[in-house]
Design a protein around this ligand. Structure first.
Ligand code: MN
Length: 134
């Protein structure tokens, strides 16, 4: 075994996020594991852009109040203790509620090495109109 020292928090890039989002890598999975786990912290109003994950993703809210939406669905609220699963290829976004910080764990896997697909696909930013449809 080995202990991995904590790394600096990384700012979520503006191409993929609206507002202030920081993530801490918990694990990247060492081969043959494909596990990925991050703690992600969103400031009020901050959210991901629309995106999907090749092997799906599990979110687990640890703090605050969050919002999540699947393409074509309504904006749903998520709270500490809630777990949200998005299946492979399902387009969605997640973020903080307008007046609350939100922290979630993000758990996902890289695709199998022989699957010639990107780990995640990223699309357009979530507009204020989409975000405020809550
Ligand atoms: Mn996601």
């Amino acid at each position: 075994m080995h202990v991995l020292p904590q790394q600096p928090s990384a700012k979520g890039p503006a191409e993929m996020f609206t507002g202030d989002v920081y993530f801490d890598i918990i694990c990247k999975g060492e081969e043959p594991s494909r596990l990925r786990a991050n703690t992600v912290r969103f400031a009020p109003g901050a959210r991901t852009a629309w995106h999907c994950h090749a092997v799906g993703q599990t979110l687990h809210v640890t703090e605050g109040i969050g919002l999540v939406q699947v393409r074509g669905g309504g904006v749903l609220e998520m709270r500490p203790g809630d777990t949200v699963y998005t299946p492979p290829g399902e387009w969605h976004w997640h973020g903080a509620a307008p007046a609350h910080f939100m922290t979630h764990l993000a758990l996902w896997e890289a695709p199998a090495p022989d699957a010639d697909v990107p780990e995640s696909e990223w699309g357009e930013h979530v507009t204020d109109a989409e975000y405020n449809a809550h």
